[in-house]
Design a protein around this ligand. Structure first.
Ligand code: ZN
Length: 355
């Protein structure tokens, strides 16, 4: 759970144009129901994987006008649904105007970008840094890491009775042939891939957005949980008992007799999720949709929503995390779905233990 306050967070700043939300209340006092025996939360760490995050992106070495042209090009493609060629034509037009105004286009430190992909890279908007292509078995959808694929003796899936393949070998040699090591001369290419957006990389991006943090429900720091009257209708899922009373400090444990039980990890008073200022409760949503007209090709989307967000903004596109795209052509079986969700489950376990 994200327990530390982001450096920019100013919960008492009511001048911001955000929906009415509990986060706009005065700066809350620390929670009193935190067990004194709980360990210190771990130090915050950079989860984005970008070690040079403080370095300005390459576009800042170029003229502001050119940087703005890059931005217009990318925004047109991403938000205005401009095809790539139209976005690049726009970039060319703006560079032509800059050329007319300045009399020339600078060639240092580098020539202005003319393509969308280059403009995006110079702006540091590499969305591929946040999307992983997971290799999965063609039949059971079990996820295999690169190391696991390299260690396999054959392309067959390792799941019991699964007839699927994990990788194909390309004919093209990936490197110089080594006599006597024929296996290493061919490249192993995943037979099927699924797009996965790691939650641990995405979470910091959400919490770096000021309005996202301000729209989170943090009311329990100052207000006792409100109990609904017997016949009072619920206004939102945040009124639900399960949301209000979710208790932390439990872990799913396999007991000696093989039974599975959620047991308390720490002694002391119970702590609810909502007592942790940035404690998050998620909903995992799954839906399928056809991607081709007239042909039955169904693709699945697993997306994650933040229950703590105010309901007016909870399902806005920018606040919904597309965790996983399940490849078609058919809706997956329960086994396939369980395999595909495994990376997400592992990340949620890490998040549950605290970030
Ligand atoms: Zn398999």
């Amino acid at each position: 759970m994200l327990d530390d306050e982001p450096a920019f967070a100013e919960p008492g700043d009511s001048s911001l144009d955000a929906p009415a939300s509990p986060a706009a209340s005065p700066s809350p006092e620390p929670s009193h129901d935190v067990a004194p025996t709980l360990p210190e939360p771990p130090a915050l760490c950079d989860l984005t994987g970008d070690a040079n995050w403080s370095t300005l992106v390459p576009a800042f070495e170029e003229l502001p006008a050119i940087r703005l042209a890059y931005l217009h090009c990318v925004l047109a493609n991403v938000f205005e649904h401009s095809p790539i060629l139209d976005a690049e034509r726009r970039l060319t037009d703006e560079l032509t105007i800059i050329n007319l105004c300045l009399g020339m286009l600078p060639n240092t430190p580098r020539k202005p970008a003319r393509s969308l992909v280059t403009a995006r890279r110079r702006l540091g908007l590499n969305v591929n840094d946040y999307i992983e292509l997971k290799a999965v078995c063609t039949k059971c959808f079990k996820v295999f890491s690169t190391d696991e694929i390299a260690a396999l003796n054959s392309p067959e899936c390792t799941e019991s009775k699964c007839p699927g393949r994990v990788y194909n070998e390309t004919r093209k040699r990936s490197g110089p042939a080594i006599p006597g090591e024929e296996d290493g001369a061919f490249k192993r290419v995943p037979a099927k891939v699924a797009a996965y957006a790691p939650l641990l990389k995405a979470l910091p991006r959400y919490f770096l957005r000021k309005e996202f943090v301000e729209d989170l429900d943090t009311s329990t720091h100052t207000e006792p949980p409100r109990t609904l009257a017997e016949h009072e209708p619920m206004y939102d899922l945040q009124d639900a008992e399960a949301y209000r009373s979710t208790v932390l400090d439990h872990a799913r444990t396999i007991l000696q007799d093989g039974s599975v039980q959620d047991v308390k990890v720490f002694s002391g008073a119970q702590r609810t999720l909502r007592s942790v200022r940035y404690g998050q409760s998620f909903t995992i949503n799954i839906d399928w949709f056809g991607v081709t007209e007239g042909r039955p090709h169904s693709v699945g989307a697993v997306y994650l929503t933040f229950n703590n967000l105010h309901r007016s903004v909870r399902y806005l596109q920018r606040n919904v995390h597309l965790l996983l795209v399940i490849p078609g052509p058919h809706e997956p079986s329960l086994e396939q779905l369980n395999h595909m969700l495994e990376p997400g489950v592992q990340e949620l376990k890490i998040i549950y233990s605290g970030l």
